[in-house]
Design a binder for this molecule. Structure first.
Ligand SMILES: Cc1ncc(COP(=O)(O)O)c(C=O)c1O
Length: 437
């Protein structure tokens, strides 16, 4: 066995020794709301990529981008260093002057739900676009086509929204609405890898889609994310914004991919200026490393199993809560007809404010049951967003209910039925004990 193969095999042995699963002890074993599932093949790939000593985007990144695009059903995927960077990149792409009168500019309006994660909307806010906030439906926790239709006005140029906790919004009807009104659609699928609507993976009705590979997500690369599109002109712009804004599209370490490195004249630069240093956009460096991509590849191999386990965990927890009378205390999430969610968590909404959420979450925490809120709740109420120039269409009634009464618990693949059963039992018995106090 050569030295490289010895290191890789030793890595697998080390993983088996160090990270062997421990038996579940109710009330002692921690049951976080999100988590990563690693195995020896992940460590093997990480070691393999580090032994290359290439470090920046290389053979693993190229393979990951190709395979991930296939999984998604899109023509292109671009690997970046986080889901937030993916959102930044997707948004920035639409600010390219090469898009002519469709270029997003300060003062343009964009429609988004008030309930959500901040970095879905931050790139547009930072660029001076005006948010138009809409309410969400209380069953799916998503914006609706009716809500979007009511919010579209003469200044609307973009709809940018997430598929909440892996439960698809109606991207087919909202996609059609956007086309009809010449409005861009960016689908934030950071929590929705594997979710489908009418058989099609989410993220393919929008002009661009994003995904996150932070450890809480369906697959992980440590930190990481991706932007997907099937439009070659948007892919070319996105690549430029990701890679410093340059016009050149050579992969790291490559030269003269276009075959005329010294044959360009752009802007007011002299003819023959090195294409590697010609900038057609005011860009960033949002690239990820090859180690991240290598981990993404081994995780991607197991994606179908991860999604299936998330779905079966969701169903199991729902049944376990129902069989204990949990519906007396909680509203459960629902999916649209034709939707196959790829659940990120199980969102529970307390039916009344009589049971204090902070009390319940604290009690659950003491029993080692992790919980999370639906991110920022009503973003318009967050300190950083209070004084934003904005439009709000209709009342944010359901968003406020979510802000006051919702939270989620885990269904990620590291949770077993025994653990979920314990969670259901504690959730219901705590509510019952509070109600009879
Ligand atoms: C809907 C949504 N968008 C974007 C992000 C940001 O992803 P990241 O943490 O990889 O930056 C998250 C994070 O979980 C998210 O839930």
């Amino acid at each position: 066995m050569n030295k490289r193969e010895q290191i890789l095999s030793l890595g697998e042995e080390y993983f088996a020794e160090q990270f062997a699963p421990k038996p579940f002890e109710p009330g002692v074993t921690s049951l976080p709301a999100n988590g990563k599932v690693m195995d020896a093949s992940d460590l093997r790939n990480l070691l393999d990529s580090s032994l290359d000593m290439w470090l920046t985007a290389g053979r693993f990144s190229e393979q990951f981008e190709r395979k991930f695009a296939q999984t998604w059903g899109a023509r292109f995927s671009l690997l970046v260093n986080s889901g937030s960077s993916a959102n930044l990149l997707a948004f920035a792409t639409l600010t390219s002057p090469s898009l002519g009168d469709r270029q997003l500019k300060p003062g343009d309006e964009f429609i988004t739900p008030a309930s959500g994660f901040p970095t879905t909307i931050n790139p547009a806010l930072q660029a001076g676009l005006v948010p138009v906030f809409v309410d969400v439906d209380l069953k799916t926790h998503n914006m609706t086509p009716e809500g979007v239709a009511a919010a579209i006005g003469p200044k609307t140029k973009l709809v940018m929204a997430a598929h909440t906790l892996g439960n698809p919004f109606d991207c087919h009807r909202i996609g059609d609405l956007c086309k009809e009104h010449n409005v861009w659609l960016v689908e934030d699928c950071c929590d929705a890898l594997g979710a489908r609507l009418h058989g099609e993976h989410v993220g393919n009705r929008g002009d661009l889609a994003t995904c996150s590979f932070y450890p809480a997500h369906h697959i992980t690369t440590g930190e990481g994310g991706a932007v997907m599109t099937s439009r070659p002109y948007l892919k070319k712009i996105a690549e430029s914004f990701r890679d410093w804004g340059r016009d050149c599209y050579c992969a790291p370490g490559c030269e003269d991919t276009c075959g005329k490195r010294y044959g360009w004249q752009m802007g007011e630069l002299p003819a023959g200026y090195d294409h590697k240093y010609i900038y057609s956009h005011i860009g960033y460096n949002l690239k990820a490393t090859d180690m991240q991509a290598s981990l993404g590849l081994s995780q991607l191999e197991r994606l179908e199993g991860f999604i299936a386990k998330r779905r079966s965990n969701f169903d199991f927890l729902q049944n376990a809560l129902r069989s204990r009378g949990g519906e007396e205390f909680f509203e459960f999430p629902e999916a649209l007809p034709g939707a196959e969610p790829s659940w990120f968590g199980f969102l529970l909404t307390l039916k009344s404010e009589r049971i204090a959420r902070p009390w319940l979450l604290e009690q659950l925490g003491q029993r080692k049951i992790g919980t999370r809120l639906l991110f920022g709740g009503n973003l318009t109420k967050q300190p950083a967003y209070l004084h934003l120039p904005k439009r709000v269409v209709g009342e944010l009634t359901n968003t406020d209910i979510i802000m006051h009464r919702s939270f989620y618990v885990g269904v990620w693949p590291g949770l077993t039925e025994e653990m979920l059963d314990y969670m259901a039992e504690q959730l219901v018995s705590l509510c019952r004990s509070f109600a009879t106090k």
